[in-house]
Write a protein that binds this ligand. Structure first.
Ligand code: TNX
Length: 516
């Protein structure tokens, strides 16, 4: 059998050169929830069928002491999967999937594998606010994340350009806030002329949470406050300075929430319903890019700040809200996560910092004693162009190549032994990515490389890894995923002058918009 295409790689593999032939219907013994997970991960796309038997299956799922999400796999005359938790079973099944895809689809190499992750937090973030992504595609994307042994899906549910979370107490959030009449970017300064919108009902999101949980993925929801709220203000203009529409263009906008008691009550209503849908221990409260000019100009905000006893006046309003939300969540048994700007607003010690601006902010957050997730723009923002080739479809200004990602050392400047470095996360912002196929193109293969780093730490043998990556990309392509080949886009993946056209002002240096 050829070298298995294991992505991420396993910690240890001893191969004895033999092959196990699987029957068309494979018996599986072990706990039923584990059997369900095996079926979920291994049935789609493999052509195999599984049935549960009380004991001595062809595949045996057995309880065993392992690290969290770790597992042991023994393939001989039959298959034994040992794990401590569901995460281990899902990981082992992802590995089995890779092994099956390597050779004949019903054969496994006889071998012994022991495996466990480097990082506890192996995340991928999805911005469904800037562009709405259809629910079935989210289910599919969760499956892909599970194959890469990722375990967190961070859903950015609200932003200036759209509100995607149904709130029963405040229906206008989705009635008025979930769509915009057109979209503007530098390629279409006057707008593309096409309305855009959509939202998820609470029932739909509950189904997504359950689907993800069965695959060892926690869905971490984000409601971004008090900035990035134009969609909220479109629904309830009196919570801002009076008049607002869902944003049609992108950037850091001046409109923010007026943080009087009425706004705070609405925020609490929103988070109350959020907690009913998402059982995640971690709840993301946004906190990024909140300009204070509107507060400075507002007599009422000066009064509110004074009434709350803020010595720095309106400058302290965001700090007050952050503190309030952290306590509010803690009282309900949850932990707040914030973008790293939260560091400037006096976060409580239990708050987790998502360090996005660069690696040094991660260090500052660790030094301040916080648990930290590294999400540096320069490496993990997969909305950036993948090269400076003219054919690349639209993206955020700047280039992050797969080689850049492969060279990333998440421990750079940090103490690898610190228990506070929870892990790493890939970000898929969607200002310039309007449909799922384009999102797939931006995600793969850079997401696969980040999954490797999340599971194993920095990549020390780039040449060998590149050979593996090449086979992995071929595998994804064979499965129908819109993956970007390592050399560059296929002709039908290019920008052209249609919906994926490159916005003129966000060209990477040296690039030209198909020389238009
Ligand atoms: C910065 S990261 C943002 C997002 C943008 C992203 C584009 C962060 C907390 N804010 O609003 O979508 O850059 O790459």
């Amino acid at each position: 059998m050829p070298d298995p295409t294991l992505m991420p790689r396993v910690h240890r593999l001893d191969d004895d050169g033999g092959t196990l032939q699987l029957p068309p219907r494979v018996s599986v013994s072990g706990p039923v929830t584990w059997f369900d997970a095996l079926q979920d991960v291994l049935t789609p796309g493999t052509g195999l069928r599984f049935h549960h038997v009380p004991e001595r299956g062809m595949i045996r799922l057995v309880q065993q002491d392992t690290a969290p999400d770790g597992y042991e796999l023994r393939i001989g005359d039959d298959v034994t999967v040992g794990a401590h938790d569901l995460g281990g079973i899902v990981g082992a099944c992802a590995t089995l999937r890779n092994l099956l895809a390597t050779g004949e689809r019903d054969q496994l190499p006889t071998c012994r594998i022991t495996d466990s992750p480097r990082f506890a937090w192996r995340g991928v973030h999805l911005d469904v606010a800037r562009h709405f992504m259809p629910l079935p595609w989210l289910f599919w994307f969760v499956d892909q994340a599970a194959h890469l042994k990722l375990n967190r899906l961070h859903l950015h549910l609200t932003d200036d350009q759209g509100w995607r979370f149904e709130v029963k107490a405040h229906p206008r959030l989705t009635e008025a806030g979930s769509w915009r009449p057109f979209t503007q970017n530098p390629a279409w300064p006057d707008g593309d002329g096409t309305p855009h919108g959509g939202y998820y009902t609470q029932e739909q999101l509950r189904a997504l949470v359950a689907h993800a949980a069965a695959r060892n993925i926690t869905v971490v929801p984000e409601i971004d406050v008090p900035g990035h709220v134009r969609a909220l203000l479109a629904a309830y203009p009196h919570l801002g300075t009076g008049k607002a529409e869902v944003a049609t263009g992108f950037g850091v906008l001046p409109e923010v929430l007026e943080l009087h008691d009425e706004s705070v009550a609405v925020i609490e209503d929103i988070f109350t319903e959020l907690l009913e849908v998402f059982d995640s221990e971690w709840i993301h409260i946004g906190g990024d890019e909140c300009p204070r000019d509107q507060w400075r100009a507002s007599e009422r905000m000066h009064q509110v700040a004074a009434a709350r006893g803020l010595e720095d006046g309106v400058e302290g309003l965001q700090r007050w809200l952050t503190g309030h939300l952290q306590s509010w969540l803690a009282e309900r048994g949850r932990r707040a996560i914030g973008w790293d700007e939260i560091l400037e607003t006096g976060p409580q010690p239990q708050t987790i910092v998502m360090a996005w601006r660069d690696q040094s902010v991660g260090r500052t957050a660790l030094e301040a004693g916080h648990d930290v997730i590294l999400a540096p723009t320069q490496i993990t923002y997969l909305d950036h162009y993948q090269s400076d080739q003219a054919g690349e479809p639209s993206g955020q200004i700047g280039v992050v190549t797969w080689q850049d990602v492969m060279a990333w050392d998440p421990f750079d400047g940090l103490d690898p032994a610190t228990p506070h470095l929870l892990g790493i996360q890939a970000q898929l912002w969607s200002e310039y990515i309007s449909d799922p196929r384009h999102l797939e193109y931006m995600a793969f293969p850079r997401l696969s490389i980040l999954a490797e780093i999340a599971w194993n730490g920095p990549i020390e043998d780039p040449e060998r890894f590149t050979a593996l990556l090449r086979r992995h990309v071929a595998q994804l392509e064979a499965e129908g995923i819109n993956v970007r080949p390592l050399e560059g886009p296929r002709p039908w993946q290019e920008a052209g002058t249609g919906p994926r056209a490159r916005p003129l002002e966000s060209m990477p240096e040296g690039g030209s918009p198909a020389d238009a």
